[in-house]
Design a protein around this ligand. Structure first.
Ligand code: GLA
Length: 380
């Protein structure tokens, strides 16, 4: 259990016993396909090596004891008191137990000690990582035979119904289903998936992930507003979801509202870009991803209007410093950008962005090179 001794020690400290096991689930980067998931469209994320880990064991007293190593907090709840609307970090864990019980699974209490190195509020799915780690722990602890895609759906119920963030399935699917060295194509309507090999190192590329340090949240209004506009546009166009728009020009001609037209254009063209990225992945030559990333960013900036000045400056600087393609990743209004670079160049591009941030008076960004990692599972 090396590396996670601190959560094992904390578990022992509060229960007097060793945990029954350690389970993890990763954060993710969305390679492409932003704000398409709740429009029944397509996404293509990959999982990160950064992950949430829980040391866990069952309890027989009908209680849920939740501890966070980083926050040094300790929450003790009766299962019968779990109710949507709970606030704070512990809601992401308690919400999963609530969702399992709501779905009819006969699960009891647990002690869960959490640690995570997924940056919070950076658009890398720190919350889905926690939820999916708890789902993995509970499935093993209570012997639940739940298929991976259904595990992701349960984690999403925790996020939507318990925490109250109206998100799609992207983050939980990525955290649960992704495979090492690959992206995950997901059709958010049929739930069909395809593993898309991403042999970046082999082909001489790197993926820079840079946190602009402009924090964001999905519980606030902008995400919900975008979603509502898309649903209203689908209703006006007479289709179940924007994924069903087949003739973009004809659809745009039928909408009066200029803002709504731009939102629709983003979603429809982004779906097309994901399908093209899938083709690029299948072709095996990753160079074709670069222009899709940059076009996706322009669409998020100009049509969906979810970027902010720090994020735009990071993408512009990445491109002028030699990145092949770059875009914001995640829900928007801050968070991270990704940039596809030649091998060995990602760090220098990160430093170039840090210099441009210093000149602009922005916070100092943080960055790392991402390696596509494995989805949720048992560690020990
Ligand atoms: C957040 C949500 C996802 C998805 C993205 C935007 O990460 O949790 O469901 O909508 O934003 O693509």
């Amino acid at each position: 259990m090396s590396g996670y001794d601190a959560i094992v020690d904390r578990y022992r400290g509060v229960t007097g016993e060793a945990p029954e096991g350690l389970w993890y689930a990763p954060g993710r980067v969305n390679l492409i396909g932003e704000h398409t998931d709740y429009n029944d469209g397509f996404v293509l994320p990959f999982a990160l090596e950064r992950k949430a880990v829980v040391a866990a064991g069952r309890r027989v007293d009908g209680r849920l004891r939740l501890l966070s190593l980083e926050l040094d907090e300790d929450v003790d709840l009766a299962l019968s008191d779990l109710a949507p609307g709970q606030e704070g970090w512990s809601a992401y864990l308690a919400g999963v137990v609530w969702a399992l019980r709501e779905a009819g699974h006969d699960v009891g209490g647990a002690t869960l000690v959490l640690t995570s190195d997924v940056p919070l509020g950076a658009g890398l799915s720190s919350s889905a990582a926690i939820e999916c780690a708890v789902v993995a722990a509970y499935c093993d602890l209570y012997g639940l035979d739940i298929a991976p895609i259904d595990r992701a759906k349960l984690a999403r119920v925790a996020e939507n119904a318990y925490v109250g963030a109206p998100t799609g399935l992207l983050d939980q699917a990525a955290s649960t289903l992704c495979q090492a060295e690959a992206g995950l194509f997901l059709d958010c309507r049929s739930l069909e998936t395809e593993v898309v090999p991403l042999p970046m190192a082999e082909q001489g590329y790197e993926m820079l992930v840079l946190d602009t340090k402009t924090p964001h949240s999905h519980v606030d209004g902008e995400y919900g507003t975008r979603r509502a506009t898309c649903e209203e546009a689908a209703r006006l166009l007479g289709v179940p979801a924007l994924r069903d728009v087949t003739d973009l020009d004809a659809a745009l001609a039928r909408l009066d509202d200029e803002t709504m037209r731009r939102r629709v254009r983003h979603v429809v063209t982004e779906d097309e870009r994901v399908l093209r990225a899938l083709e690029v992945g299948r072709s095996g030559d990753l160079a074709g991803l670069a222009p899709l990333l940059t076009a996706s960013h322009a669409s998020m900036r100009d049509d969906y209007e979810i970027t902010v000045p720090t994020v735009d400056l990071a993408v512009e600087t990445a491109l002028s410093a030699g990145a092949l393609g770059a875009r914001m990743t995640g829900g928007g209004f801050g968070g991270c950008i990704i940039a596809l670079t030649h091998a060995g160049e990602a760090d220098g591009i990160g430093r170039a962005i840090a210099r441009s941030f210093a000149e602009a008076g922005y916070a100092t960004p943080e960055w790392f090179t991402a390696v596509p990692a494995q989805g949720a599972g048992r560690l020990a």
